[in-house]
Design a protein around this ligand. Structure first.
Ligand SMILES: C[S@@+](CC[C@H](N)C(=O)[O-])C[C@H]1O[C@@H](n2cnc3c(N)ncnc32)[C@H](O)[C@@H]1O
Length: 595
C-alpha cells in the first residue's frame, strides 16, 4: 500500500510556527527569570510544533546547561548546529557542554569550527583556552605513563566493586603527587564518594596475616601495633602478584623521600638545633624496634628489609583512616579517599556508613567545578605533619616548640614539693608550647614553672590547703598537680618570665642560623624540597621562641609597675596581643584590690 500523503497546508504551518515562536518568547522570559525547568517545557512545546528552528534547540540547550543536564544540552546543541551551521552560538553551546562532560578534545574541535563561522568570537576563544589549560593539568603525565595506567586500573576496579564518585577525578601535580578535583560543581551536603567495605583494608583483616597471628600469639608489645599490623598486610600483599589488592597497591607512592625518616644525614643536618631532629631519630629507632621485634617472632618477615617496613609504616601514617564500623573502632586504608590532600578548615567530612556498608565522604560546602577537594587531617603542629605526612603546612596556627622543665636540685623546698606531689618529682617534663599563650598547653606550662620556682614554704602550704579544699569531696585524693598552680606573687611571676626568657634564648642559641637568615634563605628559593621543609620547620619554632622572649621582656617590665601605669601601657598597640594575660593574671589576680 502506498504511504498516505501528508497534508501540507502552508497556512497551517504558518500558524504552527507563530504559535511555536510565541512559546519560545515565553520560554525566554522564564529563562530570564531563572525558571529553567519551565523554560525547557516551553521550548519543548515549541519544538513539537516546529522542529526545524535552530533557535529553539539553542535556547533549550542553554536551559539544560544551566540546570547541569549536560548530556541533553549537548544533544540540543548538535541539533542546533545541524539546522544552522552558520550560527556561531550553536558551536559555543556544543563546546560548553563538551567541556562540562570533560571531553576536552571535542570541546576544542567544536569551538574551532565555531571560529570558522565567526573568527573573533571571544567566548569561543576563551573556551578553547580553558579546555587547553584543563587538558594540560589533567595530562601532566603521558597517556601511557604507568602511573596513569595504574590509576585507570584502580578506578575501574573501584567502579566494578560498586564504588561511586562520579563527580570526582584525580589530578596529577607531578609524579607521585596527586589530588582529587571536582569533575562537576559539587553541592554542600552532597555525598561525593562511596567506597564499599569490600574495598577497604581494615585492621581486622591485617590481624589475620600469618605474621600478625605470630605477633598476637607472642603477645608482642609493639610501639605502634595498629600501623605495624597494617604494614605487614601491605608487605604481604605487595609480594603477591595475584593479590586482590593489586590495583590499590600499584597506585601507592613508590617512595617517601620527602619524609624525614628517609632523610640523609646531610638533609637532617638542616635541622641542627631543633628538638625535631631528635624526634626524627627517635621515630626511626621506634620503627626499627618494631621491625626487629616482629622479625624475632616471625623470622620470615626479615624477607622484607627495614626500608620496606619503613615504606609500609609511612604509607600507614600518611593514609590510614580511623573509623568506626558497626560501633567498633578500627583503622583502614580507603582507596581513592586517601587521595584527598589536606587543608583546613574542613571542606568535607567522612565516616563509615553502617547502613550503606561503606565509607562515604560528604561535601560541607559548594565546590566549583575543577577545584581541588580537600580533607582536613586535623589541627596539628608542623612537626607532626612533617614526620607523618612529609609536608609542611604554611601559615599553621598550631605550631609548637618543645621546652623542657626540670626541678632545681638546689631548691631547699624540694622535699615539701615531693611530698605534695605524692612522693617524687619527675626528672623532667616536656611541654610543647604554641605561640598562642591562651592555649591550655601554654597555661599548664606556665603553671608548672610557677610551682618549680617557688622558694617559699608558706606559699607551698597555701597551695596545699587550696588543693585540699578543691579536692575535699574527692575520695581518691591525689597528689598536687603543679600544672594547675595559679599565679602566686609578683616575684614568682617575674621569676617565671625570666626563666622562660632564658630557656627560649638557650634554645635559640642551639640553631646554627638566625630566624632572619632562615627567612632570607626561604626568599631565595634555591633550596631542595627537603631543605626547604627543614628551614620552614625550624623557623616556625624560632618564631615561637622569639614571641616568648619578647613577651617575657614586656611582662617583666609591667610587673615592676603599679596598676594605673600598667593599664595605661596595655593600651599601646605593641601590648594589645598580651591583653588577656595582663588583664587576667597581672591586674585580675596579682594586683587584685590595688587601685
Ligand atoms: C593521604 S595522601 C594524599 C594523596 C597524595 N597526594 C598522593 O598523591 O598519594 C597524603 C600525602 O599527600 C601529600 N599532601 C597532602 N596534603 C598536602 C598539603 N597540604 N601540602 C603538601 N602535601 C600534601 C603528602 O605527601 C601526604 O603524605
Amino acid at each position: 500500500m502506498a504511504p498516505k500523503k501528508k497534508n501540507k497546508s502552508p497556512k497551517k504551518d504558518e500558524t504552527k510556527r507563530a504559535q511555536a515562536d510565541k512559546l519560545k518568547e515565553q520560554g525566554n522570559k522564564s529563562l530570564q527569570n531563572e525558571n529553567y525547568q519551565k523554560a525547557i517545557e516551553l521550548y519543548t512545546e515549541a519544538i513539537e510544533l516546529d522542529d526545524q528552528c535552530y533557535a529553539y534547540f539553542h535556547n533549550r540547550s542553554l536551559a539544560y546547561f544551566l540546570i547541569e543536564k549536560y548530556q541533553f544540552a549537548l544533544q540540543d546543541a548538535i541539533k542546533c548546529k545541524e539546522l544552522n551551521p552558520d550560527y556561531p552560538l550553536g558551536y559555543l553551546r556544543e563546546a560548553s557542554a563538551y567541556l562540562e562532560l570533560d571531553k576536552h578534545e571535542e570541546c576544542i574541535k567544536s569551538a574551532k569550527q565555531g571560529l570558522e563561522v565567526e573568527k573573533d568570537n571571544q567566548q569561543l576563544i576563551d573556551i578553547i583556552k580553558k579546555a587547553e589549560d584543563e587538558q594540560k593539568q589533567n595530562f601532566i603525565l603521558p597517556q601511557d605513563d604507568p602511573e596513569l595506567v595504574n590509576h585507570n586500573t584502580m578506578i575501574n576496579w573501584l567502579l566494578d566493586g560498586k564504588s561511586e564518585f562520579e563527580n570526582l577525578k584525580l589530578q596529577w601535580y607531578c609524579k607521585n603527587y596527586r589530588g582529587v578535583h571536582a569533575r562537576r560543581k559539587v553541592y554542600n551536603k552532597e555525598t561525593i564518594l562511596f567506597i564499599p567495605k569490600s574495598h577497604l583494608i581494615t585492621l581486622e583483616m591485617a590481624k589475620e596475616t600469618p605474621v600478625a597471628k605470630k605477633i598476637i600469639a607472642a603477645k608482642l608489645n609493639l610501639l605502634s601495633p595498629k600501623h605495624s599490623f597494617l604494614s605487614t598486610f601491605l608487605l604481604q600483599e605487595r609480594k603477591n602478584k595475584e593479590s586482590k589488592w593489586r590495583p590499590y597497591l600499584d597506585i601507592l607512592p613508590s617512595d617517601y623521600n620527602q619524609f624525614p625518616i628517609f632523610f640523609s644525614e646531610d638533609d637532617l643536618s638542616w635541622l641542627k638545633g631543633s628538638p625535631f631532629q631528635n624526634q626524627v631519630r627517635e621515630k626511626k629507632a621506634d620503627i626499627k624496634r618494631d621491625y626487629d621485634d616482629i622479625c624475632s617472632v616471625a623470622p620470615e618477615f626479615a624477607e622484607n628489609t627495614f626500608e620496606d617496613f619503613c615504606w609500609a609504616r609511612m604509607t600507614a601514617s600518611s593514609r590510614v583512616f580511623g573509623l568506626q564500623i558497626n560501633e567498633q573502632k578500627t583503622d583502614a586504608f580507603v582507596p581513592l579517599a586517601d587521595m584527598l590532600n589536606h587543608r583546613r578548615p574542613k571542606q568535607t567530612s567522612w565516616q563509615y556508613d553502617d547502613q550503606r556498608e561503606g565509607f562515604v565522604i560528604q561535601a560541607l560546602e559548594d565546590i566549583p567545578r575543577g577545584e581541588q577537594v580537600y580533607d582536613s587531617y586535623g589541627r596539628k603542629c608542623n612537626s607532626r605533619f612533617f614526620l607523618n605526612y612529609g609536608f609542611i603546612n604554611l601559615d599553621n596556627d598550631a605550631n609548637e616548640v618543645a621546652l623542657r622543665l626540670t626541678f632545681d636540685p638546689e631548691d631547699t623546698t624540694i622535699e615539701r614539693k615531693k611530698e605534695m606531689m605524692g612522693g617524687d618529682v619527675p626528672e623532667f617534663k616536656v611541654y610543647r608550647i604554641l605561640e598562642n599563650y591562651q592555649e591550655q598547653n601554654v597555661s599548664e606550662f606556665m603553671s608548672y614553672l610557677r610551682f618549680i620556682l617557688i622558694r617559699d614554704n608558706s606559699k607551698l602550704l597555701m597551695l596545699q590547703s587550696l588543693h585540699e579544699q578543691q579536692t575535699e569531696n574527692n575520695e581518691n585524693l591525689q597528689g598536687y598537680k603543679p600544672q594547675k598552680t595559679p599565679p602566686i606573687s609578683i616575684q614568682n611571676e617575674t621569676d617565671m618570665w625570666a626563666h622562660i626568657s632564658n630557656m627560649c634564648q638557650n634554645s635559640i642559641s642551639q640553631y646554627s642560623t638566625t630566624l632572619k637568615e632562615d627567612k632570607e634563605m626561604l626568599a631565595k628559593d634555591n633550596l631542595t624540597q627537603n631543605q626547604r621543609n627543614c628551614v620552614l620547620l625550624r623557623s616556625g619554632e624560632k618564631e615561637i621562641l622569639h614571641f616568648y622572649i619578647e613577651m617575657a621582656e614586656k611582662m617583666q617590665k609591667l610587673l615592676k609597675m603599679n596598676r594605673r601605669e600598667i593599664t595605661k601601657l596595655s593600651l599601646q598597640q605593641e601590648y594589645i596581643k598580651y591583653n588577656v594575660y595582663i588583664n587576667k593574671v597581672i591586674i585580675g589576680t596579682l594586683l587584685q584590690g590595688q587601685n
